[in-house]
Design a binder for this molecule. Structure first.
Ligand SMILES: *[C@@H]1O[C@H](CO)[C@@H](O)[C@H](O)[C@H]1NC(C)=O
Ligand SMILES: *[C@@H]1O[C@H](CO)[C@@H](O)[C@H](O)[C@H]1NC(C)=O
Ligand SMILES: *[C@@H]1O[C@H](CO)[C@@H](O)[C@H](O)[C@H]1NC(C)=O
Ligand SMILES: *[C@@H]1O[C@H](CO)[C@@H](O)[C@H](O)[C@H]1NC(C)=O
Ligand SMILES: *[C@@H]1O[C@H](CO)[C@@H](O)[C@H](O)[C@H]1NC(C)=O
Length: 438
């Protein structure tokens, strides 16, 4: 009886074993499972986006986690379930049966997808192959509108070898259902899944006609974190920068002020480099804008330096003062210019003071002397006036240039504000068009 019980529990006595053996006994996995070779095997596909793991604009890669389902019919794997204890469905090793060679066209790298060795087969020979996969796919990512950007990445499924006459593709569910299905999507990351429209094509090339199914994964960035961390601080910096134009252009503290803003900008840009996606094809608008603002700042700063330098050399022509500030040099210059006149007067005064009660002959000389002195004073004043006029004209030119720069700055700021608002508008209109349908 011991032998009988072991026999009764022998695996070869189980119905499952029996059925599997029956099915695979004469099975050739090399052969496409159709009785009539003219008939194409149709593979039904289903696709669900589970998560967006990484969007790499620099390398133009998208990493997604997807649930992918293939269903096809194997005419050689059908059985009469009433002959096998009513078994309706069994699992078979995928390696033992024929399976379609469907790949993702944009595929760059399959990362750590679990290797699932079994598939379900039901009694009419329908095989279901479900697999979760992490796909790293090539995708042309547009960073122009960052952080209000939407990305459209396609995943194209097609057979690598079989033409449409051998292997056809079809949707398992209706395309509307696939498009709106976000049930599985992990919706608390940076990216929001808008929709997954899909299309079926027959692609013609020199090797033949191939059936292909494209799923367009349309995702949108949630911009709040970037608005708080990047946009708002940058707008503050820009407003302060704009305020610096209200300082008179020849004020030396303006240089210090602008230099510190420039340093602030530089620190900000270095910080931003890590946050803003970089791609070779398109630069984010926000980066272009910052560069333009920086150019304005540099232009205005160099103009201020030029102004101070010009006024300084004009007033100290010939003298070498290492002083940089405008107001101090002007006062020093004034003191310098008045000094020789005063000393010469004093020198002339002292002899006239002592021999005050002397003869009239000397009075004519004194008058002559005074005339000469007056002439020299008037020429000195004229020269001063001329330089003052020259200075004034330069200051006027630089003021005008400053005004021009200010206007340009305002214009750029205005354009940027309008662009940001319209991008925001487009971004939120996408939301409103998608919401009612979902
Ligand atoms: C298989 O098991 C049944 C009982 O479930 C028994 O009657 C039969 O003899 C066994 N057959 C073999 C070949 O072991
Ligand atoms: C195969 O199918 C085609 C039509 O689909 C039919 O004309 C042909 O006779 C079939 N061949 C066999 C061997 O059944
Ligand atoms: C399955 O087998 C049962 C019993 O042998 C038979 O009556 C039935 O017609 C078969 N069904 C099919 C679809 O062959
Ligand atoms: C096998 O599965 C397919 C697809 O799900 C279904 O249409 C078919 O009715 C199933 N066959 C049986 C016998 O359950
Ligand atoms: C996504 O891109 C594909 C082509 O790559 C295009 O056919 C499709 O219309 C695009 N979808 C949207 C919503 O932009």
């Amino acid at each position: 009886s011991g032998i009988l019980t072991t026999d009764a529990h022998h695996p070869s006595n189980s119905t499952l074993h029996h059925l599997t053996q029956q099915l695979l006994q004469n099975y050739r996995k090399e052969v496409r499972p159709v009785q009539n070779w003219t008939q194409a095997t149709t593979i039904y596909l289903d696709f669900l986006v589970h998560a967006v793991l990484d969007v790499d604009a620099q390398n133009q890669k998208l990493k997604t986690s997807i649930w992918y389902k293939e269903i096809w019919n194997d005419e050689f794997l059908a059985w009469n379930s009433s002959l096998f204890d009513g078994i309706g469905e069994i699992s078979l090793p995928l390696s033992a049966i024929w399976s379609p060679d469907i790949i993702i066209n944009e595929f760059m790298d399959v990362e750590k997808s679990p290797d699932l060795p079994y598939v379900y087969v039901n009694s009419s020979g329908t095989i279901k192959n479900n697999k979760p996969i992490q796909v790293v796919s090539a995708c042309s990512l547009e960073t122009y509108a960052f952080p209000f950007d939407t990305q459209n990445c396609s995943l194209t499924f097609k057979s690598i070898l079989h033409t449409v006459t051998d292997l056809d593709l079809a949707f398992l569910r209706s395309t509307e259902d696939i498009e709106k299905d976000k049930a599985l999507f992990m919706n608390d990351g940076e990216w929001e899944l808008l929709s997954v429209p899909s299309t079926y094509h027959v692609m013609h090339n020199e090797a033949g006609d191939f059936a292909q199914i494209q799923f367009h994964v349309i995702i949108r960035r949630r911009p709040l974190v970037y608005v708080v961390n990047l946009l708002i601080p940058s707008i503050f910096l820009m407003v302060v920068d704009l305020g610096s134009f209200y300082l008179p252009p020849n004020c030396r503290s303006r240089i210090t002020f602008k230099t510190s803003i420039l340093v602030g900008y530089t620190v900000f840009k270095v910080n931003m480099l890590d946050e803003v996606p970089r791609s070779a094809m398109s630069t984010p608008l926000i980066g272009v804008f910052f560069t333009i603002c920086m150019a304005f700042l540099v232009l205005s700063l160099s103009k201020s330096i030029l102004l101070v330098k010009f006024l300084h050399t004009e007033r100290n022509s010939g003298q070498d003062h290492p002083l940089f500030c405008f107001q101090r040099t002007s006062r020093a210059r004034l003191a310098d210019s008045t000094h020789p006149i005063r000393t010469s007067l004093v020198v002339d005064d002292s002899p006239t003071d002592v021999p005050h009660c002397q003869d009239h002959q000397t009075q004519g000389e004194v008058l002559k002397d005074a005339l000469v002195q007056l002439q020299s004073i008037s020429s000195c004043v004229q020269a001063l006036d001329q330089t003052a006029q020259q200075e004034a004209s330069w200051v006027a030119i630089l003021y005008r240039f400053d005004k021009l720069l200010f206007r340009g700055y305002l214009l750029v700021l205005g354009v940027y504000t309008i662009t940001l608002c319209s991008l925001w508008g487009i971004w939120s209109s996408l939301k409103t068009t998608v919401r009612p349908s979902s």
